[in-house]
Design a protein around this ligand. Sequence first.
Ligand code: EPU
Length: 367
Amino acid sequence: MRYKENVPLSTLTTMRLGGVARYVVEILSKDDLVAAIEFARERDRPWFVLGGGSNVVAKGDFDGLIILNRIKGFDKLEEDEASVTYKIGAGEVWDSIVERLVAADLSGVEAMSAIPGYAGSTPIQNVGAYGQEIADTLVELEAYDTSNDKFVKLDAEACKFSYRNSIFKNPDTRHHIITSITLKLSKEPPRPPFYPSLEKYLASRHSELVSESTSNSDQILGAAFGTNHQVQDDNFTFSPSEIRAAVMAIRAEKLPDPRDVASAGSFFKNPIVSRAVAEKLLSRFPEMPHWSMSENQEKLAAGWLIDQAGLKSYSSHGLQIYPKNALVVTNLTARSADDLKQFKSEIIARVKQKFGVTLEQEPENLT
Ligand code: EPU
């Protein structure tokens, strides 16, 4: 293993900000991981594990060891009539895993297509998109527990998944380094109702196809446009690869490709507020998107709030609210984490002023 020294964090994170990492190492196996932790301990330094750096914001210098997890693996563990279970190395590129599973005609992760990063990062914040989240398919994961230096297996329940959260995000319980994830995929095709923007896209694609063929058209259109996303025809389905293609097209339109534009995906969490707060806002803004989370909790759309606060395309301190999607902050020319701090405070203050709702940062801080 080669330990590189004084590596700019801007080269390791897609937001391309931050100072210098004292040491950086790539690990290819569990033994490498154990050795890397030992290396950091011998020098009395902290460590931080990175996948693709697409959901992490570097604040300043990191005077410790960055471990780039590149542990590979793609093994079929079990198969029955309805499902197939795979064990996947944490260092596999997430989207190539989705591509392989979709090619095998398996469903469960197809809506999480084109998400940047590595497989082992997906449980940390319970990655989700277009109505699916990793908690839906993850049965188990393996991790190195640095509190007792043992490799452990954790089932989905032990991970305590919730919206963009798990035990791996909590600083008090954050002593696990994920080395593999085990996912159970379904042989059943994905069925509606789909996430609203996905359904809208599928509906418009189908109306194009239907206008070319008259047979079945009422049924297909009824299903695709169904009221309240209900579908009249239970047989109406899409293949995992159709869903993957649709998601990739929608994402390409609304999310910048980290290779071209510096960003960290969604920069704010969708805020969860009490029903009373949501109702008050709805009386002023009846068109406001909202989703019921529980009896007394509603999730609002951070992108909508920022957009309605007039901040789409807003730019200062070298950062910008992405013109095609207000949920995304892009880094045009900023170099320091301080710029991002100032920019973030401005956005939070403007949204708070208009709606009384406090937005929170979604990507994790590397401190
Ligand atoms: N909206 C606007 N203006 C905007 C952006 C959004 O009015 O500029 C409105 C939309 O019209 C829609 C609502 O806000 O009514 C929600 O927007 P959208 O469906 O685009 O996205 P989201 O639910 O806010 C989440 C994830 C994304 C994920 C999409 C699709 C979070 C924080 N973000 O966004 O995840 O791709 O759903 O499932 O949960 C990520 O985490 O990096 C990420 C990209």
